[in-house]
Design a protein around this ligand. Structure first.
Ligand code: 1HN
Length: 359
């Protein structure tokens, strides 16, 4: 037996393909190269949204649109490679939400998992699942799928934060459910600091609450002061990862696993002058610069960043980070689709063969 060969003319082929259309079938062999790529070649373009450009636009939105009309006054970070889809990477969404003094973003719940990483704020809060979480710069608040949540600004200054959601994935799966709560705010049932006291006290865990071995983290609030302290302490004694410096994951304290079923959250410290080695992985990421000045090479594209900028890295693209400051550390928050890729068996990672991306 052997592979067969036929000598149809181009005309015969085209006429055959045309005739197939009425049956809603089409040949596989004409598109084989596109649908069966040798390796992922993401349409996602590595891109930076500079805070100096985005902040004024977010403020302008507050003059034009209220939280009643908008439900969420969010500027979507649109990846220029994704043709107008509501997507920052293939699977992840990033947006900048602005809440003015006295405003409420009304209570709702939805199947997409969400996180808030606070950019500018003097306080205010997000209520999730009956507990109010403070929102101070650098704080991370989780909104696990299907939890009621509303946001409010009881301060004198505007609040800005980065919304991270798995929205492109959820919509691809046609899995969006959404409920509006009949009141603006959902009732508060937990005392302030409850989640942090129960689940964020070293590795101490309450004995009377059953530990779940799956789902989202019961700890929903990771305050910046503790996060920063952990990074700074580790940075004095540890080299960290060659690819990411002192990179820590915000874990689910019940399982040690990822924060939410579809989104993993990370924070890293790059020491003054640090240049990491280059690697790539199948997961895509959205980064937010808490503090610092530097750049990230993604293939041959240089993404220069500074305080409060947001940028994205496609899956399977080689990248390395550089802290350009000779004296100050840089702090980067990031979130990725790692739990999805790992659960499906699609996680792969490899170092750059030359160590760094050749310049
Ligand atoms: C959403 O519900 C929030 O709850 C923020 O604050 C951003 C982006 C798309 C869809 C839903 C929020 C969102 C969102």
């Amino acid at each position: 037996m052997e592979v067969s060969s036929k000598k149809a003319t181009e005309e015969e082929l085209q006429s055959y393909y045309k005739g197939l259309e009425q049956y809603n079938v089409a040949p596989l062999w004409t598109v084989m190269a596109d649908i069966q790529a040798h390796e992922p070649a993401s349409k996602v373009i590595p891109y930076v949204w500079p805070w100096k450009d985005i902040r004024p636009q977010a403020m302008r939105a507050t003059e034009l649109v209220g939280t009643a009309e908008a439900e969420r006054r969010v500027l979507r970070l649109m990846n220029p490679g994704l043709g107008g889809r509501t997507a920052t990477t293939q699977t992840l969404f990033g947006g900048i939400q602005t809440v003015l003094p006295g405003e409420i973003s009304p209570a709702h719940r939805h199947t997409p998992a969400a996180l808030r990483f606070i950019i500018e704020s003097d306080g205010g809060y997000t209520a999730v699942g009956g507990e109010r979480f403070p929102m101070l710069p650098g704080d991370l608040v989780l909104t696990p799928p299907w939890s009621w949540h509303d946001h409010a600004n009881d301060t004198k200054n505007p609040m800005f934060w980065l919304d991270g959601l798995d929205l492109p994935l959820v919509n691809y799966l046609e899995m969006s459910f959404h409920d509006q709560y009949p009141e603006d705010t959902h009732p508060i049932t937990e005392s302030p600091g409850s989640s942090l006291a129960k689940y964020g006290s070293m590795a101490l865990q309450p004995t009377w609450i059953e530990r779940k071995d799956e789902g989202s983290s019961p700890l929903m609030y990771y305050p910046w002061d503790r996060t920063r302290e952990a990074l700074e302490k580790l940075a004095t004694g540890e080299d960290g990862s060659p690819y990411d410096g002192v990179l820590m994951e915000y874990t689910n304290p019940s399982t040690g696993g990822h924060a939410m079923p579809t989104i993993a959250c990370f924070v890293q410290l790059l020491r003054p002058g640090e240049r990491t080695k280059a690697h790539r992985h199948t997961t895509s990421s959205i980064y937010h610069v808490v503090e610092g000045k530097g750049h990230t090479m993604v293939g041959d594209k240089k993404l220069s960043w500074e305080d409060k900028d947001t940028f994205c890295i496609p899956g399977w693209a080689f990248h390395e980070h550089v802290n350009e400051s000779p004296t100050e550390p840089a702090f980067l928050f990031s979130y990725t689709d790692t739990p999805v890729m790992k659960a499906l068996g699609y996680f792969r990672e490899e170092p750059h063969p030359e160590g760094n991306i050749p310049s």
